[in-house]
Write a protein that binds this ligand. Structure first.
Ligand code: FE2
Ligand code: FE2
Length: 279
């Protein structure tokens, strides 16, 4: 399958401000759940800047095609996400976490990649991370119970981000194909970025738990294990769609979640420019 032809990709404004200060354990009073999402938030401003740069590099190749318009939407959406996560991360800094050093470590690696990797390899890395975000977004939207008990503004932010990740999930992919990116490189890069993604999320999560004095807390880890791998664990449903990426000829819209996407689009469209409290 290729991109649904009627798919228009445009950023929505997330007008609802985040709480100030952020409740420390904004996700149902749970340190593990809150920091699991926080750990990913720390990656977005620098990561999304990298995605934009890697797509922008080849953008001219799509001139005159429908993809050109989708690239514009992709860049707009990722730039908005970055801005929201900068606000989010400022609040984490105010809670005493050393977000600057976590972000700087990532920034340093991404600068190395931009200096030493070919532009095509950088785009293949972006395509891989976009698949990771797309399958996490799909699972998050499909399982609203995962956000039960979360602060409404934070729940809204994560659902908003998940919706837009779904809308633009194939943009970098289609550009990669358009410029003749190969299947082997695409799959090898996925294996590489998966390791770095797991490393980064784990590192950020451990930093926050350590600052809270919970690194060796049995109850925290027990709850964390349940949350990740328990009966309704958030990682379990990701395994199959993750592995699909390694199939020759795979396309992100082979995971056809248009119906779910339309549901959330309708939810967010009911208040243009702002998201309803129930989103
Ligand atoms: Fe994003
Ligand atoms: Fe994205």
């Amino acid at each position: 399958m290729t991109n649904p032809t009627y798919l228009t990709i445009a950023p929505r404004r997330l007008d609802a401000p985040l709480p100030e200060p952020l409740p420390r354990y904004w996700h149902s009073g749970s340190a593990f759940k809150s920091h699991f999402f926080n750990a990913m938030s720390v990656l977005f401003p620098k990561g999304e800047r990298f995605f934009i740069d890697s797509v922008r590099h080849f953008r001219k190749s799509a001139d005159g095609t429908e993809l050109a318009e989708q690239i514009r939407g992709f860049i707009g959406q990722e730039a908005h996400h970055s801005n929201e996560h900068i606000q989010y991360n400022e609040r984490l800094k105010a809670q005493g976490y050393d977000i600057d050093s976590l972000e700087n470590a990532l920034g340093k690696r991404l600068r190395f990649v931009q200096k030493h990797f070919s532009a095509k390899r950088q785009l293949a890395a972006t395509v891989g991370v976009e698949h990771l975000t797309a399958i996490m977004a799909d699972a998050l939207l499909k399982n609203p119970q995962w956000m039960a008990g979360a602060d409404p503004a934070l729940r809204r932010l994560w659902h908003w981000h998940a919706l837009e990740e779904t809308e633009h999930k194939a943009v970098a992919f289609d550009l990669y194909r358009l410029i003749g990116g190969g299947e082997t490189r695409r799959r090898v890069l996925m294996a590489e970025i998966t390791l770095f993604f797991i490393y980064d999320v784990t590192k950020n999560l451990l930093h926050m738990l350590k600052r809270d004095g919970l690194l060796w807390n049995w109850a925290t880890w027990k709850e964390g294990w349940q949350f990740l791998w328990g009966r309704d664990g958030v990682l379990k449903p990701l395994i199959r769609p993750y592995l699909d990426y390694y199939r020759r000829g795979f396309h992100p819209w082979d995971h056809d979640n248009r119906e779910l996407m339309h549901q959330y689009q309708a939810k967010f469209a009911s208040a243009p420019g702002a998201l309803p409290a129930t989103a």
